[in-house]
Design a protein around this ligand. Structure first.
Ligand SMILES: Cc1cc2ncn([C@H]3O[C@H](COP(=O)(O)O)[C@@H](O)[C@H]3O)c2cc1C
Ligand SMILES: O=C(O)c1cccnc1
Length: 350
């Protein structure tokens, strides 16, 4: 636990001086003030996070945390076989996943982390091993994991970021792979919003309406059986979370501590964002929501964040796909702040 507390204690409010410097520069660039809209705000936020008016954006990474969920198979609410999580891990290592393609487009590397994949994958190299246990247990019957395992999963996420910093890390996208993980994510959102699971729970990767009814009841049962305490993030993570969700929480905490902008992906990584923000509200300043997930409950979760999604493309995939697109927009924002000439430099007098 002490690594988590030590890292958490490093998280500080944004650098207001750097933000003011960026704001002043934005207003001196050869364009009408405010005309780059949200890009201006994004660049100012990155300056505040990094404490620099000209932040570096050379090294970008999508961290895709993988883990399984026994609840969806034991209760018959799965969208795909459990083995698909492991198969997708291999696909990502080969570079053939949707996240690989969009990350490449954004100039970001993809790091795949095994937090708790329950079936074997073929890749011998190319997967970071932070394995905690073989899939989260059935949350409709009891806790997903022990408290110690929840702590271990968060530490795995922190270690991932610390190790990746050595490879250069200017911005991070948070993604996941885990068949069934919209179920724990829906439970987490229901708990923190206080909304009935029927308003939050959606079809995930794709189930019919009869299975969706069952899924809503499973989310309700998970909350009743476990009675998680929302003021204790580790209680929530251990009772209704998952190993890849814990990994994402750790990565988010560590990025905030290390002044690295964190770009959240869709429904599941947003659940990790809610958990991390509940653990330390200062983290909210370090987060960017890349896109508005099309999954049912997503629209109800903005109150937890100081920001709103950058894109609205109807995505509902996960893996870090939306985060990759978000990174390319943030990169454009930072480049605009740095590289557009000021009126003075261009010799333009208005
Ligand atoms: C082939 C395939 C690739 C995926 N890539 C991401 N997900 C997404 O779907 C899963 C969550 O949805 P649910 O809770 O309904 O299973 C996660 O793995 C998420 O990343 C996928 C799902 C499938 C089937
Ligand atoms: O929004 C997402 O990331 C999402 C939605 C449904 C299924 N998988 C991921």
């Amino acid at each position: 636990m002490s690594l988590i507390e030590d890292i958490n204690s490093l998280i500080k409010p944004l650098d207001l001086k750097a933000m003011e410097g960026a704001r002043v520069r934005q207003n001196r660039l050869t364009k009408p003030p405010g005309s780059l809209g949200r890009l201006e705000e994004l660049s100012i936020n990155v300056a505040g996070i990094k404490g620099e008016v000209f932040p570096h954006m050379d090294n970008k990474a999508i961290l895709t945390f993988a883990g399984d969920h026994h609840v969806v198979f034991e209760e018959g609410i799965a969208s795909a076989p459990m083995e698909v999580t492991a198969m997708q891990v291999d696909n990502f290592v080969r570079g053939g996943g949707a996240v690989n393609v969009l990350a490449k487009h954004a100039g970001a590397r993809v790091v795949v982390i095994d937090m708790g994949v329950a079936t074997p994958y073929k890749s011998k190299t190319g997967v970071k091993n932070k394995f905690v246990a073989s899939g989260a247990k059935n949350i409709s019957k009891g806790p997903a994991m022990s408290r110690d395992e929840a702590i271990k999963s968060v530490i795995g996420g922190i270690e991932t970021v610390l190790e990746e910093i050595d490879n250069g890390l200017d911005i991070v996208g948070i993604g996941e792979m885990g068949i069934g993980n919209t179920t724990p994510s829906s439970a987490i959102f229901s708990l923190y919003t206080g909304l009935d699971p029927i308003e939050i729970t959606g079809p995930g990767a794709g189930i019919d309406s009869a299975v969706l009814d069952k899924k809503v009841n499973i989310v309700k049962r998970a909350l009743e059986v476990n009675n998680p305490n929302k003021d204790d993030m580790f209680d929530v993570l251990s009772k209704i979370g998952g190993f890849e969700i814990g990994g994402m929480v750790g990565a988010i905490i560590c990025c905030a501590a290390k002044k690295i902008p964190v770009v959240i992906d869709g429904f599941i990584s947003t659940a990790a964002g809610v958990l991390a923000t509940s653990y330390n509200p200062l983290i909210s300043d370090y987060l960017f929501l890349s896109h508005k997930s099309a999954e049912t409950g997503y629209k109800h979760v903005f109150d937890f964040f100081k920001t709103t999604p950058i894109l609205d493309l109807g995505l509902r995939l996960g893996e870090g796909t939306g985060a990759a697109l978000g990174i390319s927009i943030i990169d454009a924002a930072v480049k605009s702040l740095k590289d557009i000439s000021t009126f003075e430099e261009a010799g333009i007098v208005l």
